[in-house]
Design a binder for this molecule. Sequence first.
Ligand code: GAR
Length: 205
Amino acid sequence: MAKLKLCILISGRGSNLQSLIDACADDAFPAEIALVVSNIDGVQGLERAKKANIPTTILSHKDFKSREAFDATLSETISRFDVDLLCLAGFMRILSDEFVNHWFDRLINIHPSLLPAYKGLHVHERVIEAGESHSGCTVHYVRPDMDSGPIIKQAKVTVEAGDNADTLAARVLEQEHIIYPEAVRLIAEGRIRIENECVVIDGNT
Ligand code: GAR
């Protein structure tokens, strides 16, 4: 069966990109990365992509007058490649409604909280500040409202006594690296349907 072709969008370190590169290195994994796009030059994620011989494109948002103009060029750039699914992996840009609607149901994101709790930035600081006993991470389809959309996979992490934002982030990140490839696999295997904005996974009892 043909593999699902991925475009991974990054802005930095790219450890989630690396987890997808590593998953795709297995011949049996049903997806492959066709393109990595970064909105910031010189980031570690670009090095990871180059090392894996994946085509990269840098598109700086600073070169555009508006969010819409950047997003339109981003869409055109990605469309030149034959891709089936866009994966946001630490891509720190809010996307316009036009972009999200163009890639509707072909655009997923990973977020370091148990959505719908703790949307936005500085998640781990806020989780600790609130005295939560648990946190985690979420892979979800992207909808125009920030950090919203049908949830594909989540992993829960215990907040330990003495955790700070960095220690909690590190434990959540370990789980991110597990659930992102798992979510991509489910999509690539055609096991996901969206019904009434909820994900239904075929074969789950
Ligand atoms: C990850 O923790 C990811 O969940 C988060 O940024 C980090 C990127 O790390 N994304 C968001 O906060 C998006 N709202 P990485 O570059 O090492 O994958």
